[in-house]
Ligand binder design. Structure first.
Ligand SMILES: [Zn+2]
Ligand SMILES: [Zn+2]
Length: 253
């Protein structure tokens, strides 16, 4: 299994050439896109023609995780409908979105094969078995495990520290974990409030250690933070190798 980060920006605020959240996962000839945030499509098109994306998994309905779905669906109107696995309630919300933004919402609806997943119920997508798990964020948010060829990628989605995060990451070959914040850096009051919705790098490291992950990749790091310091703070907490996910820096799972 191969993972290519296409966008790693927290809140969708990118550095130059960056993008909101998006990760291309490939096994054989199958391409699965985990999240489809702002700016992801331009990076995705470097690796796979947009009409060849087999399925999309949306972790939660924050714009930095799904807003490029809109142009992706527009492109797909000329091809087979796009299978999108999305949280419960997504269909009604996306319908509203199409009605608000489009002069021809029917075009988007017909390009979309939306399947609302249930937490803990595995989804089959080609060689992948994707299992959503409910996390704790300021909107319903679902991390997932992606299994193929006896390897497991665990993706945290956006979440605060919660017991089910270590269950999600248990024994994963790669744990792709949000680390929006750093300890002791930035505005203390802002950080305190953000901890209701997000993790620090040190917390990501603690979870990786508890879950016995083989490797940890930090992502969704605030744009003004030094990713190297995030890696150092996480690495203090766990023995497995820690990296910061970076657009186009592929990772083997
Ligand atoms: Zn986010
Ligand atoms: Zn979010």
């Amino acid at each position: 299994m191969h993972l290519i980060p296409l966008g790693v920006a927290a809140g969708g605020v990118p550095g130059p050439g960056g993008a909101g959240s998006g990760y291309l996962v490939q096994e054989g000839s199958t391409s699965l896109l985990l999240d489809c945030g702002n700016g992801v499509l331009g990076n995705l098109a470097r690796y796979v023609p947009l009409q060849r994306v087999d399925a999309v998994y949306i972790s939660h309905l924050h714009p930095d995780h799904f807003s490029d779905l809109y142009p992706l669906l527009l492109q797909r109107t000329k091809f087979a409908p796009l299978t999108v696995h999305a949280p419960p309630g997504a269909k009604a919300k996306l319908d509203k979105w199409f009605d608000l933004l489009s002069s021809n919402p029917g075009v988007y609806r017909s390009a979309l094969d939306l399947r609302e997943y249930e937490p803990d119920a595995p989804i089959k997508a080609g060689p992948f078995r994707v299992t959503p798990r409910a996390m704790e964020h300021n909107v319903p948010s679902f991390g997932c495990t992606v299994e193929a060829a006896r390897r497991t990628l665990a993706y945290s989605s956006d979440t605060r520290l919660c017991p089910q995060l270590a269950d999600l990451a248990r024994d994963a070959q790669l744990f792709l974990c949000e680390a929006t914040l750093q300890e002791g850096v930035g505005d203390a009051e802002f950080n305190r409030r953000q901890l209701h919705a997000h993790l620090t790098a040190a917390q990501a490291g603690q979870v990786a250690a508890k879950a016995n992950c083989r490797a940890l990749a930090l992502t969704h790091i605030m744009y003004y933070l030094d990713a190297g310091l995030s890696v150092a703070q996480a690495q203090k907490e766990c023995l497995c190798p820690v990296t910061a996910a970076k657009e186009h820096a592929g990772l083997r799972v």
